[in-house]
Design a protein. Structure first.
Length: 238
């Protein structure tokens, strides 16, 4: 890990990778918190995979047919808009189930992207899974620590920056792929947070059990005393 920070001043590509990761952390922290609160992480994933399709088409036309004006950014924006319109139209007006539409859009976007990128030479597919993980995992972890949305966004941005820096450092030192390493850091912290929440819930339940038992005994005591008091009167009357 220290090797990564030492080489930051020597290699420009490391500085560029770290800067891109930190900037992505800001965007993913803000957007991820919003989609997590709105419970629309699946929509974000479907649209993200559709942007892969748009980028694939744009790259194919750019490199194979000379459409130099059509950059991958334009293709990604166009695909995201088309995907959002398709999801909204089919869900609201087509009366289709949202999860079915999301799965269909997700699969079609991936298929189109893989098809056209496979026909384009010199292109590697990276980053889509990492973006979805940075949208979901830091925000989900922050949701267990804070309650207000602005605090959740700030907490999520901080976590994303830590994951990105630690993942890049570990991947550089151990010669691992950067994306999966960052996702593993984010997933590990999320699992630790879930375990901490589970343990905290168990401790709170144990603290509340004696109070509940005493309340039950206090509530049942008068009825027991009443039965014992009036039992001899009933026996004499008989």
């Amino acid at each position: 890990m220290t090797e990564f920070f030492i080489d930051l001043s020597r290699f420009a590509f490391l500085r560029h990778a770290l800067a891109a990761g930190l900037l992505s952390s800001i965007a993913c922290g803000i957007i991820g918190s919003y989609v997590t609160v709105r419970r629309t992480v699946s929509i974000a994933g479907a649209i993200a995979h559709c942007t892969l399709g748009g980028m694939g088409v744009a790259l194919y036309l750019n490199r194979q047919h000379g459409w130099t004006a059509l950059t991958p950014l334009y293709g990604a924006v166009a695909a995201a808009l088309i995907a959002a319109l398709a999801i909204g139209t089919l869900t609201l007006y087509g009366r289709q189930r949202e999860d079915t539409v999301l799965n269909a859009v997700w699969a079609l976007g991936m298929a189109v992207g893989l098809l056209f990128i496979s026909r384009t030479s010199g292109v590697r597919i990276v980053g889509i899974v990492m973006v979805i993980a940075l949208l979901a995992l830091p925000a989900a972890t922050a949701a267990h620590a804070v309650r207000r949305l602005p605090h959740m966004m700030a907490f999520s941005i901080g976590l994303s920056m830590i994951y990105t820096t630690a993942g890049l450092g570990a991947s550089y030192s151990a010669d691992f792929p950067a994306g999966p390493t960052i996702i593993l850091f984010a997933g590990a912290v999320y699992l630790v947070m879930l375990f901490a929440v589970f343990v905290r819930g168990k401790l709170l339940v144990r603290k509340k059990i004696p109070l509940k038992k005493s309340n039950q005994y206090a509530a049942s005591a008068p009825s027991v005393e009443t039965n014992q008091r009036y039992a001899p009167l009933n026996s004499k009357d008989g």
